[in-house]
Design a protein around this ligand. Structure first.
Ligand code: G3P
Ligand code: CA
Length: 256
C-alpha cells in the first residue's frame, strides 16, 4: 500500500485499479489487470456476471455491446459465444484479441500476486450467483482471512448479506452513490454485515469518513479519473482509492 505523510503520522491507503488499469487498457481484461500489477496497484477491481450456460465471467455492463464487437446480454450468451468476442479493440487496435476473462481464470492468475476486489454486478439477474462465487473461492482455499487479499462488494445489499453469511471470514463492502445511504441509521445497518462502506466520491465528506470509521468499517471510494479527485480522497483520509489510473494515486500527494 502507498503511505501518505499527513500531519506527522504515516497513513496507509490502498490503490485499487478499477476494472484493472482501465484508463490505459481495456477494462476487465487480462491486459488491464497485468497493467495494474505493473503499476504496483494493491488490488484489481473486477465485475462478475454469468453466461447463459452458467460460467462466471468478468465484464462490467450487462450487455456486451459497449466493450466488445458483439451484441446481446451477457446472460443470454454462452461462454463459448462470449469467448469468441473481441473485448480489446474498443480501447485501441493494439488490444485486439483480448477476451472476456472467466472468474476462475482471474482468481488463478492473480491470487497471491495482487489483491482482488470482487464486485457482484447486477446479481438480481443471476439467481444463485452468491453461492457460485463463494464456491469458487472455497475450492481454492481463498475463503480465509489474511491468506489472500480478497474483498467482495455489491450495490445489492441483500446479496452482500448472503455473501457475509456464506463467507464470514472475507471482508464485505456495500457500494452506493446515494446520500440516503449515509444516514446514521443506514450506516449502522450496513455495519451489521459489511466491513467496507464504498461510496462514489461525490458524497464523501470528512464527517462521513469519521462516521464510517466510528462504526468500525473502512471506506473505499470511486472512481478516480483525475489528479484532483485523487487528492480530494487522500485529504478525506479514505482507506482505499478506486481509480482507472493507478499512477494518479501517488504517496507524495498526501504530504502537507
Ligand atoms: O468499485 C466501485 C465501482 O466499480 C462501482 O461502480 O459501475 O464501475 O461498477 P461501477
Ligand atoms: Ca465495479
Amino acid at each position: 500500500a502507498f503511505a501518505a505523510e499527513t500531519t506527522g503520522e504515516l497513513r496507509k491507503f490502498d490503490n485499487v485499479a478499477h476494472r484493472g488499469a482501465s484508463g490505459y487498457a481495456p477494462e476487465n481484461t487480462i491486459a488491464a489487470f497485468d497493467k495494474a500489477r505493473a503499476m504496483k496497484a494493491d488490488y484489481i477491481e473486477i465485475d462478475v456476471q454469468r453466461s447463459k450456460d452458467g460460467k462466471l465471467v468478468v465484464i462490467h455492463d450487462t450487455s456486451v455491446n459497449r466493450t466488445t464487437d458483439g451484441t446481446g446480454y451477457v446472460k443470454d450468451l454462452t461462454y463459448e459465444q462470449l469467448q469468441s468476442l473481441d473485448a480489446g479493440s474498443f480501447k485501441g487496435e493494439q488490444f485486439s484479441g483480448e477476451k472476456i476473462p472467466s472468474f476462475e481464470e482471474v482468481l488463478d492468475r492473480y491470487r497471491g500476486k495482487i489483491g482482488i476486489l470482487i464486485e457482484l454486478k447486477a446479481p438480481e439477474l443471476y439467481p444463485g450467483i452468491e453461492e457460485e462465487v463463494a464456491q469458487e473461492l472455497r475450492e481454492r482455499n481463498m475463503d480465509k482471512p489474511q491468506d489472500n487479499k480478497i474483498i467482495i462488494q455489491s450495490f445489492n445489499f441483500e446479496t452482500m448479506k448472503k455473501m457475509n453469511a456464506l463467507l464470514p471470514k472475507i471482508p464485505m463492502g456495500v457500494l452506493t452513490s446515494s446520500k440516503a445511504h449515509t444516514t446514521d441509521q443506514a450506516l449502522e445497518e450496513f455495519a451489521t454485515y459489511a466491513d467496507y462502506f464504498n461510496p462514489s466520491y461525490g458524497i464523501v465528506s470528512k464527517e462521513l469518513v469519521d462516521k464510517v470509521h466510528a462504526l468500525g468499517m473502512k471506506i473505499s471510494s470511486w472512481t478516480v479519473r483525475s489528479h484532483e479527485a485523487a487528492q480530494f480522497l487522500i485529504d478525506m483520509k479514505v482507506d482505499a482509492i478506486i481509480t482507472d489510473y493507478p499512477d494518479y494515486v501517488d504517496p507524495r500527494m498526501g504530504v502537507k
